[in-house]
Design a protein around this ligand. Sequence first.
Ligand code: SF4
Length: 278
Amino acid sequence: MLKVKPPDGYPPEKGRVARGNDYSPVAVCVILDTFDFAIPPELEELVMAGLDAGCALSGTLQTENIGLEKMICNIVSNPNIRYIVLCGREAAGHLPGESLKCLLRNGLDANRRIIGSRAPTPYLFNLPEWVVERFRQQILAVVDLLCEPGSTDRNLPGLNPEVVAKAVWSCYQEEPVEFMGMKLYDPGAYPGDPVLCKVAWKVTRPWELLGQKRPEVSALVLWKLLPKTNCGKCGERTCRAFASKLSQWMVPLEQCPLLLEERYAAEREAIKRLLLSD
Ligand code: SF4
């Protein structure tokens, strides 16, 4: 069976992931529905259950854009990974679990939006499209144990460490075994070289790409160029709040989906010019 030694530098995005058995065909993705500083112990237990059971990578996923992009980087750098065990409970605000499944099922549209995702900003701007496609080809299936938002019952499959461990075990069997209606086994590595890439930070720190200092931009000026609907789709309650964060480069402008529409093309370009000006 084909197995590949992951390259030096694997996994490239180390933030929220722990490394297990490099030759395992499965990664565990625990949806994080809280802030970083308050990871509930039951979710940490799921991460550990995946590692103890022999997965390649086990970590948390919080957002439908940058978080997902980092996960893609880590997985394409290890061709042995062919399955993702998805567990925990969906994060109602970001819908990262739904976005992951939609990405694998449907891919991206011409605006790099995940087709079918109902998340606020399911855009993957920071990775080349071929890397996203490679991810979609490499992953054969998601073992979907994800619970509904707000679930707390530890007997639910997606919150039960024993079920997560059984899912991981099933993925690395040499002969197919049945697990919750799926036939799982280790098919060997994806027949392609490891892809070692990181999330490009040009969206969050573009001035460094251009060799510039971070420009000072007035939040008020930015606000005047925003759609001013206060629709909240960017994750902020108002356009003013979004403008404030935008002026400090705490959010990418693409996080306002309205700005991506053709009717706001002039405003979008004006904002880009302001943010990139010296
Ligand atoms: S910045 Fe955009 S997404 Fe955010 S509230 Fe304003 S119009 Fe809506």
